[in-house]
Ligand binder design. Sequence first.
Ligand code: GLA
Ligand code: ZN
Length: 701
Amino acid sequence: MQLHTDRILFGGDYNPEQWPEEVWEEDMRLFHLAHISEVTLNVFSWALLQPSEDTYDFHELDRIMELARREHLKVILATSTAAQPAWMSARHPQTNRTDAHEQQHHFGGRQNICPTSPIFRHFAGRLVEKLAARYAGFDNLVAYHLSNEYGGYCYCEHCQAAYRDWLRRRYGTIENLNRAWNTTFWGHRFYDFSEIRIPDYLTEEFDYGTAGALRTNVQANSIDYRRFMTDCTIDLVEMEKTAIRKYSDLPITTNLMYNFDGYDLAKIARHLDFVSWDSYPAYGDAASNTALWHDLMRGIGGGQSFSLMEQTPSVTNWHPYCRLKRPGIMRLGSYQAVAHGADTVLFFQLRRSRGACEKYHGALIDHVGNEHTRVFQEMTELGAELEKLGGTLLAAKSRARAAILFDWDSWWGTALSAGPSVLISYLEEIQTWYRALWQLHIPVDLLPVDAVLGNPDREVSAIRDPQAENPEGAAALAAYDLVFAPMLYLDKNGFSDALHRYVAQGGHFVTSYFSGYADDTDLVRLGGYPASWKDLLGVWVEESDALPPDVENHFSYNGVRHACHILCDLMHPLDDTVEILGAYEEDFYRNMPVVTRHPFGKGACWYVGTRSDEAFYRAFVSDVCRESGIAPLAEAPLEVEVTRRENENGVFLFLLNHSDAPQELALPVGGTDLLTGTSYRKGETLHLAPAQVVILSQQDK
Ligand code: GLA
Ligand code: ZN
């Protein structure tokens, strides 16, 4: 199910309950000036809605909902369960979260809940049901928004017991668990599930090194715990959905937060009608990193449009240096979201609050309280443009022929790994490969590994048969001519079979160091890394040398010398069909391969055994794309972002200048810019001012 609107919604979090009613009327005047079409209501109102255990008070929310209806504003209604009322925390301390030091918290903050607490669930479910029943008749309601940025873990005794039950369901017997976790190590053998505790600071986990990275003694336990917490969050999602579904068929979402690595968002997304997320790039962040998150959100939503639920109009309050978004940057970021598949451009927040920690967070209406601000003017201009665009771009799809696989389990596995290097970073590895595709203007889908592993959903958690054949997984891969799997550390059961079928039938596969090492529970797959993919890659890795930050090795690719960082795999070709595209130039492993290509069946596989520099990835990715028959959308400067989207209204080429300088390019197609009405011929030079956006409605589909 999708969000149904007839235009790109423009609005965001609105908290009139923080203000006297006179202010509401002024808000409405200002909203209309700014072309606001949507308000996200009730995000943190539980304490107002329920003054005590047995009393509810909806009269203020009724008035706010009426106001929105009167003003023809679409409403996304939040369930407000991200922060329980203080009375609940005090009377039922077990609803409060217990931290990794096994300290139970008191009232305070938000997402301070125990996800397995039956009392919390009881009250939350009851509240959501009342909300859904009460506002079912509001025809300006377009979606429900569960909680707010689900996040964090709980370590209370209730969660401990729930975790043991979860493990029992996953492993069946304690012997299976002992085997999967390799518990003979350090005398960890369990004889009963009741002996197991959640990994935390009193058990298996500890901070490591000056950067305070989290480490664990038993990776399998720590990874399972994260899967368990994901499932607990899914239970909360399902609990609220069930309550809503008694009264409403409207689409349901929750705002996911970028860089949150705590839960497997791909699994949670399967339980949402549409995906939405909050984008908060800091000043100076690479535009390609934001693009990556947009694509990942589209990917976990199965390729459907997603919703940009929050971004700041100007500043956050929580970046170390809250630099202003420069003129034009808020607009640029908004169109970037649309360029990647967003059907809404929403903000946190519409009116800046007066007190507490977000009072200096950007908003449409600032503390000065009127429309005469830079931010208000910029928002107004964007609001007018989006109103004019109407529904033209809605539900437009990307038709990428390249994919990057993304796997939260591998993110956890690499982050928690003791060795080979503290510099190993899953996200940075993904960003590195993504950036090359972005700079080359080659569209890519971020494909969750779950999509290749059938329908794991909650059974993920159950271990699949290692021998299972997976032709459906191969079909999911076969939607692409080229699949990248950077640092896909866990080679989960079923994946290798799908991969073999895909490549044998003509697929192209690229992977990098620290990939395919271990199985679902982080047991190393034996026989030389990456054991199950050796025949595909035509190489096996014997050792890996971690390079401290000040040490480099080098190799040449196509006659150009590139640097090696982080890790150097020492690998051996398995046969003479392996092409060595680059070899180390220094150290005792000089002349050993670092970049290879190997034909397999009708397809081919590439392996890059190190982290190199940007220029290498551009050269290399460009070559493998060419060999896979994938052409760039345009020949354009590096900092001009190019995406293509299509729907029944046409084919649209987005061109966004992310640099501070004017840029130009020869247009690959002719068409009309939806924003200015200017028509361009194919081959004509397009001049893009800094932060300029062109959305070309293509002549030739
Ligand atoms: C988040 C939250 C909002 C608000 C903003 C501030 O992403 O969802 O409630 O706190 O951050 O940037
Ligand atoms: Zn708990």
